[in-house]
Design a protein around this ligand. Structure first.
Ligand code: C5P
Length: 298
């Protein structure tokens, strides 16, 4: 059993397509989403220790029991009690993913904790068991157990890894990811869809047909996958988002969309356009508190 500290990369994610298809009896929403991890993220260092402790190099990130890393660890220790596995841990989080962004930072950190602890425990828990635990921690957690683009269904707990022919159209694509200084609370974003029901939802059959069409048309580029029906309510309230997206389309031919419930947006870089000029335009519009960087789909 390894005893030395291990470091787990916790990537950010983008919802390349996101179709919210309806509200469920449990209050959550059903969705069909193609999600890709990014070559950009946090790093979680894990080592076996007495008790449970989290430190983070970024000020403002909670390191108490409200952090999903510690919730994940508690869940893991409960599930493995009596199995003779590691009983406590010390975590150090190198935080790079902005919070409240729809980039899955907290969820990815939680799954990094599960993966790290499972590695320290000699891979005691199966992927199916880890998926169950991840789903209880958050709807966006299970996807991070797969280090590749996936289709996410249900409220996020049903994961289907994409076929290699589809992954080949995504992996390595350069994306520019950017976010204003403010975030959008996920529960608020979903609540707006519920208020505007039923026309705010895309029927599940239509969402599946769109996805099937992209999957079977092997010439369809990643750009044709992009869709997000959480945009209209978010754009009505947070008008800075559509204002800048329109400007970037006009000035650079750069077509960007919102990721997940926002506020982060992203787009594929058009050939021959430098990210530096677009990043400068983003900072000119949204100020120094804006986050902007280019990275790749993993
Ligand atoms: O699962 P998670 O804690 O990330 O969800 C945060 C909130 O987002 C939920 O309480 C719910 O209001 C909303 N949500 C939803 N349907 C989903 C995912 C999230 O309604 N599939």
């Amino acid at each position: 059993m390894p005893v030395s500290p291990i470091s787990i990369f916790a990537p950010a994610k983008l919802n390349l397509s996101l179709a919210i298809t309806g509200r469920r009896p449990d209050g959550f929403h059903d969705l069909v989403s193609v999600v890709a991890p990014l070559d950009f993220g946090d790093v979680l260092h894990v080592e076996a220790a007495d008790g449970l402790k989290l430190t983070c190099d970024t000020p403002g990130v909670p390191t108490d029991g409200s952090n999903l890393v510690l919730k994940a660890a508690t869940t893991f220790f409960q599930a493995t009690a009596g199995a003779g596995a590691v009983r406590g841990a010390k975590f150090r989080l190198e935080k790079k993913i902005p919070v409240g962004a729809g980039l899955g930072g907290g969820s990815s950190d939680a799954v990094a904790a599960l993966r790290g602890l499972n590695a320290l425990a000699g891979h005691l828990l199966s992927l199916a068991r880890l998926t169950e635990m991840a789903a209880r921690l958050g709807s966006d957690c299970p996807l991070f157990l797969h280090e590749r683009p996936v289709v996410m269904r249900g409220r996020g707990e049903r994961i289907e890894p994409l076929a290699e022919s589809a992954v080949a159209r995504l992996r390595g694509r350069c994306v520019l990811v950017f976010k204003p200084g403010f975030g959008i609370p996920t529960p608020w974003a979903y609540a707006q869809l519920a208020v505007a029901a039923p026309h705010s939802y895309m029927p599940a059959a239509e969402a599946e047909a769109r996805l099937a069409s992209w999957l079977t048309n092997t010439n369809a580029p990643a750009e044709e996958l992009l869709f997000n029906n959480m945009e209209p309510p978010a754009f009505r309230k947070y008008v800075a988002l559509p204002a800048l997206l329109d400007q970037l389309k006009t000035d650079f031919g750069f077509a960007a969309r919102m990721s997940g419930s926002g506020s982060a947006c992203f787009g594929f870089l058009p050939p021959g356009v430098s990210s530096a000029s677009i990043i400068a335009a983003i900072h000119a519009a949204w100020g120094d508190s804006a986050f902007a960087m280019d990275t790749r789909l993993m």
